[in-house]
Design a protein around this ligand. Structure first.
Ligand code: GLY
Length: 378
């Protein structure tokens, strides 16, 4: 790939189709690249303090050089901003800036900023368009594409939100250089997820090139991000509202959400780390159920562990977990149907499938074998 020109992936949603532009030095060209999507020549950039400190001035200068007037709304960093209170504050600030329905906002940050600003855009004056400029690996390969927007509530993560597609996504790989190493690694958990769920050749490539991706080497990093975005774009185009195939993108997420619920959705276990552990668990559970060869589960685990990501329940902060509590969280997952457990399992590397009506007793036995405690209810 020509790093300067970058790569463009189309998310094919008819009249709401949009492009994801992936490459290097894109923030510096934001004036030119975003101008076609900002016909009013003004925008509000919604970001957080960390991203603003590292890259805010550069983005504002690039937009202004392209003749686009910019207001910045800088939010406190962290998951707690993705709340009703955070949403109210953001909407109030957009109202003060007198944005009207023809204006567009730019979500400039990781998953928290993208989810919150996207949801604000979905409901502000009954909906305005927005642009995603994701700044974490996790947001570039997953959350900025596909239009899932949400906030958290006391009852759980992402339980209030809307499908609202961006009108453009600009993923500048250079900004990943300022990410804390742990966060980059966590984002790589989602990269591995794509290979594991639907592309064995990509997974093989990651086995050979994962080190270079994590070291931030431009070519491998660009290939990895672009392949994930291509896969996501194709799945979203087929099933925008997750009535079927899109649920495959949740490989590892049922385990992950249960573990995050137990560890407080914070520093103890980052989302990408939970997804990595969840993918290893989903493969081992698939092997345990006899639907996946144990060698494939071992291969998945080796790649995850080789990237310095967790694979074992008993090694996680917060262990030992209570098996029944984990299963209760899983039963509350958005994918659970009428109390039945729904999992994304795998028949092999790159062969994920949706399994409905997973047996609670088999799951409890599996979790106990993985080191979770079986209480009286289990
Ligand atoms: N992160 C899963 C999805 O967007 O569907």
């Amino acid at each position: 790939m020509n790093a300067e020109a970058g790569r463009r992936v189309q998310v094919d949603l008819g009249g709401r189709a949009y492009e994801v532009h992936i490459g290097t030095r894109l923030i510096d060209q934001a004036g030119e690249l975003l101008a076609p999507h900002l016909p009013r020549r003004r925008t509000v950039v919604v970001t957080d303090r960390h991203v603003a400190d590292h890259h805010g001035e550069r983005l504002a200068a690039a937009l202004e050089a392209g003749g686009i007037a910019v207001d910045m709304v800088v939010l406190p960093p962290g998951e707690q901003t993705k709340s009703f209170a955070g949403l109210e504050d953001l909407i109030a600030r957009l109202l003060v800036l007198k944005l009207d329905r023809g204006d567009r906002i730019v979500a400039f940050g990781g998953g928290v900023v993208g989810d919150l600003a996207g949801f604000a855009a979905a409901i502000y004056k009954r909906g305005i368009d927005f642009i995603q400029v994701p700044t974490t690996l996790l947001a570039q390969v997953d959350s900025s594409v596909g239009g899932k927007t949400a906030i958290d509530t006391a009852a759980g993560k992402n339980l209030v939100g809307a499908f609202h597609q961006p009108c453009f996504v600009l993923a500048d790989l250079d900004v990943l250089a300022t990410l804390p190493e742990r966060e980059l690694r966590a984002g790589y958990g989602e990269v591995l997820k794509y290979g594991l769920l639907g592309d064995a050749a990509f997974f093989g490539w990651l086995e050979a090139n994962g080190g270079a991706v994590l070291a931030g080497e431009a070519g491998p990093l660009a290939h990895a991000v672009a392949r994930c975005v291509e896969m996501k774009a194709q799945i979203v185009a087929e099933d925008e509202r997750e009535t079927g195939r899109r649920a495959l993108l949740n490989l590892g997420h049922t385990f992950a959400h249960a573990l995050e619920s137990e560890t407080g959705f914070g520093e103890a276990l980052l989302h990408g780390e939970a997804v990595a552990a969840g993918c290893a668990l989903a493969f081992r559970f698939s092997a345990e159920l006899g639907v996946c060869p144990p060698e494939a589960a071992a291969r998945a685990e080796a790649a995850i562990a080789g990237a310095g990501l967790p694979t074992r329940l008993r090694a996680l902060a917060g262990a030992p977990f209570d098996a029944s509590r984990l299963v209760d969280h899983m039963a509350q997952d958005k994918k659970a149907e009428a109390g039945g457990l729904v999992f994304v399992l795998a028949r092999g590397i790159g062969e994920a499938f949706i399994a409905k009506g997973v047996d609670r007793a088999a799951l409890l036995r599996f979790l106990a074998a993985e080191g979770a405690r079986l209480g009286p209810a289990g």
